[in-house]
Design a protein around this ligand. Structure first.
Ligand code: GDP
Ligand code: MN
Length: 348
C-alpha cells in the first residue's frame, strides 16, 4: 500500500513517528537516494540525521533507486525511519550499461591505466555507471516523474543544524533551480577532455547557453579553459523539470556520446555544475549557507556564531571548508557580487 501510493502533498498521517509540526501545504518534492542493499546502515544514519534536523517537521517522501532489487531488510529499515512515504525503484538496464557506441577495449585499457596511476575509483565499472546515471537518468526514473523537486542524500552524511523552514518552498519562491553546500576543484585526471566536450556542445547548441549565466564560476578566461570548480553533488536540492528540459537532455546526450563517462571517469558533480553554470541564470543557483553538512572528507559549517547557536548546530566551525584555498565558494561569492558572511576571515 505504502509503496504504491502517489506522492504526498500533505503531511504524513499514518506513521508511528512524530507528526509533521509545520502546518500547511507541501511542495511536490522528494528525497532521492541511489544505494545498494549493503549501504543500508550507512543510509540509515543519513536518514536519521535528515529526519531529526528537517523532515520530521515536513514528512516529505523518499525515493530509493538501485540497479539491483532492494531486499526486505533495506526496505523495512528505511521505511521505519522516514516520516514520509517511501518508494523503491529498480533502474532499467538501459540506464545502467555501456551504450553501444562505447569501445569496450578502449574503456578497459583506460581502467587499467587509471588503476596503475591510483586514481580513485579509476578501475571501477560500477562507479562509472553510477556517475552516468546521476548525470543523465535519475530524474527520468518512473518514480521521479511524479515530482518537481528533489533533495539528494547519500549514505554516511551528517546534518549539523536545525532547518526550520521548507527548503523546497524556498527554492520555488525564490526561483532557484539548483543548489549546493560545498564546492571544490575536481581532480583533473578524471576529466581531461570534459571541457572540450562542453565546448562542442555549446557550439552545436548555442541556444541552450543562457544569458546572465555563471560562466565566471567555471572559467577565468571567458570559457576558453575550465578551472575545475564544481558544486559537490552528493548534496543537491534542485528542480527536476530543469533536468528533464530539452536543454539539459541535449547537453547530457552530447557529453554521453563524447564517451568520457567510460574513456575517462567523468563525475556527475562537474557534469551537473557545468550545466547549472551555463544553462541557468546565475540567480537560479543557491548556496545553502544554513545547511550544515558533512560528507567525507569535507564539512560545511555555517559561518557566524549567532546562526549556529540559534539553530542548535553541533559542527566545529574550525572544520568549515568554505574559506579553504581548495574550496570554490569564495569565488562563487565574488562572481555573484555577494558580500562574504561576517567573520569569515577568522574561519579561514
Ligand atoms: P563517493 O561519494 O564519490 O565516494 O561515492 P559513493 O560510494 O558514496 O557513491 C555515490 C552514491 O551512489 C551513493 O549514494 C552510493 O550509495 C551510490 N552507489 C555507488 N555505487 C553504486 C552501485 O554500484 N549501485 C547502486 N545501487 N548504488 C551505488
Ligand atoms: Mn558518497
Amino acid at each position: 500500500e505504502q509503496l504504491q501510493s502517489s506522492p504526498s502533498t500533505t503531511p504524513n498521517d499514518n506513521k508511528q513517528l512524530p507528526p509533521a509540526t509545520v502546518p500547511g501545504d507541501r511542495m511536490n518534492a522528494t528525497f532521492v537516494t541511489l544505494a545498494r542493499n549493503s549501504d543500508v546502515w550507512e543510509i540509515a544514519k543519513s536518514i536519521r540525521n535528515v529526519e531529526d534536523r528537517f523532515n520530521r517537521k515536513f514528512n516529505y517522501d523518499w525515493v530509493f533507486l538501485n540497479d539491483d532489487d532492494f531486499n526486505d531488510e533495506f526496505k523495512s529499515v528505511t521505511t521505519a525511519l522516514v516520516s514520509g512515504k517511501t518508494r523503491y525503484g529498480k533502474i532499467p538496464k538501459e540506464h545502467w550499461s555501456f551504450p553501444e557506441f562505447i569501445d569496450q577495449d578502449r574503456a578497459a585499457k583506460v581502467r587499467d591505466e587509471m588503476k596503475e596511476k591510483k586514481i580513485i575509483y579509476g578501475d571501477s565499472i560500477s562507479y562509472r555507471h553510477m556517475c552516468r546515471y546521476e548525470s543523465g537518468f535519475f530524474f527520468r526514473h518512473e518514480l521521479m516523474l511524479e515530482y518537481e523537486w528533489y533533495w539528494r542524500v547519500e549514505p554516511s552524511i551528517e546534518l549539523y543544524c536545525d532547518i526550520d523552514y521548507d527548503t523546497f518552498k524556498f527554492m520555488a519562491e525564490n526561483k532557484k533551480k539548483y543548489s549546493f553546500v560545498l564546492s571544490l576543484y575536481e581532480y583533473v585526471e578524471t576529466i581531461p577532455t570534459l571541457w572540450n566536450a562542453v565546448k562542442n556542445f555549446t557550439k552545436a547548441y548555442p541556444e541552450h547557453v543562457t544569458e546572465g549565466n555563471m560562466m565566471k564560476f567555471l572559467s577565468d578566461d571567458n570559457g576558453d579553459s575550465y578551472n575545475h570548480c564544481h558544486f559537490w553533488s552528493n548534496f543537491e536540492i534542485g528542480n527536476l523539470n530543469w533536468l528533464r528540459s530539452q536543454a539539459y537532455i541535449d547537453y547530457f546526450e552530447s557529453l554521453d556520446h563524447a564517451g568520457g563517462f567510460f574513456y575517462e571517469r567523468w563525475g556527475d558533480a562537474p557534469v551537473h555544475s557545468i550545466a547549472a553554470s551555463l544553462m541557468l541564470k546565475k540567480e537560479e543557483i543557491h548556496f545553502f549557507n544554513d545547511i550544515a553538512y558533512y560528507h567525507v572528507p569535507f564539512t560545511h559549517c555555517p559561518t557566524g556564531e549567532k546562526y549556529r547557536l540559534d539553530h542548535k548546530c553541533h559542527c566545529n566551525p574550525k572544520d568549515n571548508f568554505d574559506w579553504n584555498g581548495y574550496s570554490c565558494t569564495a569565488r562563487y561569492y565574488e562572481v555573484n557580487g555577494m558580500e562574504k558572511p561576517a567573520g569569515y576571515e577568522k574561519e579561514q
